[in-house]
Design a protein around this ligand. Sequence first.
Ligand SMILES: C[S@@+](CC[C@H](N)C(=O)[O-])C[C@H]1O[C@@H](n2cnc3c(N)ncnc32)[C@H](O)[C@@H]1O
Length: 339
Amino acid sequence: MPTLDDLRSTVMSAAQGAMTLQLAYIGVTNDLFESLARDGSASADELAARAGVDAGYVRRFCDAAYAFGLLDARDDRFELTDLGHAFRPSTRGTLMPFAVQAVLGAHMAERAAGLMKTGERPGESVLAERATVLPWFGPMLEASFAGLFEREIVPWLEVYRDLEARGGVAVDLGCGNGWYLRKLVARYPHVRGVGLDGFEENVRHAQAEAERAGLADRLSFRTGDIHHFTVDEPVSLVAMNRALHHVWDRREKVFSTLRDAVVPGGAVVIWEPSWPEDRASLRDPRRRGMAFQNLSEHVQGNHFLRPAEIEEAMRSVGLTPRTHLFAEGAEAVVVGTKA
Ligand SMILES: C[S@@+](CC[C@H](N)C(=O)[O-])C[C@H]1O[C@@H](n2cnc3c(N)ncnc32)[C@H](O)[C@@H]1O
């Protein structure tokens, strides 16, 4: 049996972990870490001037980031530690998503705490309640999942080899910042991509990133609602990545639309966190985050899905489903082929 002192020391290190992430969030969202990496060590006042932010805040931030091992100090000059470097958004395999999730998670926890009495579920607008978080939502998802997609999912799934052979148009519904289509068309020169998202800001961001990557001639993004999506040309593949749980309430119509959108022999590819059949596996460190996020999905009017439910919805519209699990079972890609 752990003593209260044992529990106190466990909780204290968890609390300090949270503070590390909160500080990392400030460093990431104000470009402070990138600035130190790009232009070298700086006093707090120099760093503030470089980043175009307030020196008083930066002085306090630097002391705190030093205390938590994100910055080192020599005399009055600060530089990044290895940990600080790891949070830079441009670092390969960056830890930035943990910082963004920590702050978004705190916001969602506060909302859930307040809403629990009445049961009110305000919907997806809660994501926009924190102005500094919103622009980091797309980069957070890209940094969290694009690597897994390229390393494990694309090489493993036959549906992508079929797409390469067939060419044509791939559609991404609920495309966010468009990272999925960027990766896809960069890999397959005969594929074009069309992305749709309900948030106008996401679409602008997706278009800008496509231009930056030199892929804008084969990618187009538009604002629109998945429920009113229509195709104007034959589509080889329709993907929804972490978007199906947003429209699950109206799944019958959504799945008919998906089925009708693809050509015979084409595929519908749904990627969702894999909600487990048994509660015990939620204790698995790979799935704990999903359990927490499901509470924040509830605030937004959504919930996570079991792969068997997605398969069932595919069968109900005549698609032939097959589930593939990744990330030790935490991520499910369900491929539905159209005969
Ligand atoms: C969790 S994000 C996933 C974004 C992206 N697919 C990714 O994996 O990075 C869900 C996205 O679905 C979009 N979305 C949700 N409901 C939608 C709807 N009814 N019509 C269009 N987009 C929607 C949201 O705006 C958001 O960008």
